[in-house]
Design a protein around this ligand. Structure first.
Ligand SMILES: [Cu+2]
Length: 112
């Protein structure tokens, strides 16, 4: 449980692959569980972007401002495909694995 306010978001990548943290706010009229929402193609239909950070293996991102000004359901999620490293050429992204989110790199939190 978190309260509204201005936060600084950073991401430390302790792994071997690239990671990101996309923070979105789920619309108030959206009641489906996050597992179901992850199957959807267009998150803008039920969520609003709040903040985004990205980190390479062994690095910590620069802090970005994360303004949590409304109570509600929020989700932090990583959509980087499984197997993506700093050496992976962009044209290979389509042939990589499912998003890290499908392996559990997703966290929902409630703001009051
Ligand atoms: Cu990831």
């Amino acid at each position: 449980m978190t309260t509204t306010g201005e936060y600084a978001l950073t991401l430390t990548d302790d792994g071997d692959e690239l990671h990101e943290a996309v923070v979105v706010r789920i619309d108030d009229d959206e009641t489906r569980p996050i597992e179901e929402l992850l199957q959807e193609d267009d998150p803008s239909e039920f969520a609003t972007d709040v903040a985004f950070v990205f980190a390479c293996p062994g690095e910590t991102s620069e802090p970005v401002a994360m303004n949590i000004d409304e109570p509600g359901r929020y989700v932090a999620v990583c959509f980087i495909p499984v197997g993506t490293t700093p050496e992976t050429p962009p044209e290979d992204f389509e042939t990589l694995g499912p998003p890290h989110a499908m392996q559990g790199m997703v966290a929902e939190f409630e703001v009051s």
